[in-house]
Unconditional design. Sequence first.
Length: 124
Amino acid sequence: MKKIVMALAALVCATAPALADRICIDSRNVVSSKSDDGKTMVFKMRDGTTLVNHLQGVCPDLKFNGFAWDLRSGDTKVCENTQSLKVLRSLQICTLGKFDPPVGKQAMSDKPVVWDANRQQMPH
């Protein structure tokens, strides 16, 4: 029993930093988004940054139809590994995976905004 408790405690400690260090973007700053293969999604941001997200699973209808974010009322943050979206025609649900490091204007000057598990901005 003691070994099981220790293993669970180690698992919780190992996953806590992963939840805290996720990349989020403000959906209001997305200029365009596109998926050519249903596996990745490319976001062009207002500041010139390009972000690539590796979707969790395959979302084939995404390359043919538009989508809508599934956001909480008043919230505009879209976070990796937690945020889902709905393809408009097929109503397929897709979930964001991990973001690649940003490329473009912001990547040369500032780091992306990182949010903690409580959706608070973390210091750099």
